[in-house]
Design a protein. Sequence first.
Length: 356
Amino acid sequence: MWDISFYKDKKVLITGHTGFKGAWMCQLLQMAGARVTGYALESPTDPSLFHLCRLSEHMDSVLGDIRDLEHMKQVFERVQPEIVIHMAAQPIVRESYKNPVYTYETNVMGTVNLLECVRMSSSVKSFLNVTTDKVYRNKEWEWGYRENEELNGYDPYSNSKSCSELVTGSYKDSFFSDGHVAISTARAGNVIGGGDFAADRIIPDCIRAVQSQQDIIIRNPYSIRPYEHVLEPVTAYLMIAKAQYEDGSYAGNYNVGPDEADCWATGELVTLFCDKWKQAAGSLVKWVNQYDGGPHEANFLKLDCSKLKNTFGWQPKWSVETAMEKIVEWSGVYIDGGDVAECTKRQIREFCGFKE
């Protein structure tokens, strides 16, 4: 693990900090001693990891909409951030079919607004836009997409994130070509972990089924995705932001995903959950295939992460099997009314090698 102590006393602004990935990142940065400011709407789920871990008590948490440029400008002027990590988004494919205009407003114009704040800032040295593996034009092929592949997502969510990538590239070329702000994008695979309560995501669906003592419903058990524990991309994002802060030549576009062995079909992933849950809790849970004829989603999607590995010597740390054990552990603590904040910190310490 690279030296996370770099972030001690650094002023870091995170958009989307109240979301699932944002909460894990805020907790990690707080443990590293960073001065964290978050800018986001209220937590998108109830319950939420952000509130369960009481993260607002130890950071500057600003409730705001990334579509509100003037408000965001005021926050930048007050905070003077050195590092900006953009994770705020409308992140659900099915929701994007229901609300395409909101999805584009948030994911495209939100990125424009944030980059405009970075452009007018004299303090920012490192900017990272977090997008998704779904930015690529999906051709359903069996090998991983590379960073130089065509960007053209199919559905409104995926396409809006492709647009966010293009906006970032345009701002980089138009306003930051002298390198005074290092700018990168990171395209992550499907992220799983404890504390995700979102709708239309497979692991939260599993936990809700366990709580209600019902079967797990799977819409498409044969779709293949690159699954990874949330700490894999979160630490990779921070690694990229650190590297380009120190040396602008590291700025670029990076895939962040698991190795080939951890590209799983959804049905296989849920079977693993059922097995791990039975081992930990002793209770039997099963899933059923219930395809509902919903909107188009990619069936086959993998990432080639050679660039990240070759540039930084990066390697995934936790396999999907290990990630599932951590999910079951966290979820068991939550369901039993235990201290999920301490469980979250314990898993971060284990992953990052932090000392007690």
